[in-house]
Design a binder for this molecule. Sequence first.
Ligand code: AHG
Ligand code: MN
Ligand code: MN
Length: 337
Amino acid sequence: MAQRTLARYLTEEQRNKGVITGDLKLLIEVVARACQAISIAIGKGGLGDVLGEAGSDNVQGEAQKKLDVLSNDILLDANEWGGHLAAMASEEMDLPHLVPHRFPKGEYLLTFDPLDGSSNIDVNVSIGTIFSVLKCPESADLSTPEAAERAFLQPGTAQVAAGYAVYGPTTLLVLTVGDGVACFTLDREQGQFLLTQEHMQIPADTKEFSINMANQRFWEAPVQRYVGEMQQGREGPLGKDYNMRWVASMVADVHRIMTRGGIFMYPIDSKLTAQGGKLRLMYEANPMAMLVEQAGGAATTGHCRILDIAPARLHQRVPVIMGSKNEVARITAYHTA
Ligand code: AHG
Ligand code: MN
Ligand code: MN
């Protein structure tokens, strides 16, 4: 049987199932090509001028790495001329990027975290790109970047596609268009993504958790209780031994969970109260929550489903707990107990 390329998968979603439009197919193919270009840049490492600091800060006050800026530029350049987008927003840009007037304007909005896991770039550990696609409301005011921000403020349930690329030992693209989750592997010789797993499913139960334990003393009581019980293992109330993994690239940590189950947590803690959490809703939590739910898992802040949050700001942060359904249900119950 012929290999199924990303293009063929998307064509079948469009033609046979009617799940996506031609423009959405084009948009996803362009994002995938941009991820290929980012993968090539990352692969150069110390042989290219891609490691180290960019010497600037982003809107969240975080020092930008050269690869944060480069990946952002690659995604902007690839997407602005195709006619499928109205605007883009990114972790690395204060305000939305409007499609320049010289190009046709499309019906979609794209948000992205161009390079996730920046602290891992210079130590050669897996990093990624996360993206989310929304429909642009017909009434949207796109006259200025400031006005355009409002068009993006839609709940995660409105996403029409979401995905991530993980740049690890292999480069993968994990995608949902609301019809389950498919995983594609970059064939470096052919220069294209080939379907390697359809219908990804997260096991409902797990023995693996993912959290930055260095923040333990700042956590709230429900998280203290849950992680404490997991640490008690077989002798504790959960009756089984757990293992812990923390890559510190959300993409890599969630990809492990998409592959073999687990629970990922970046909860609110007492040093994050003012900013509402660590991870960003529009281009980290929402796309990952859509993927996790599409794979049979669950995603919550502890108090509400992530995809139901009505965003107030483009760069809003939220607490994130996601992964194997039964474990997410347990910690959610601890939040209401
Ligand atoms: P980014 O590199 O896009 O800023 O995201 C980093 C995020 C996320 O990927 C990861 O889970 C988390 O920050 C790691 O935080 P700690 O350094 O606190 O572990
Ligand atoms: Mn990130
Ligand atoms: Mn980032």
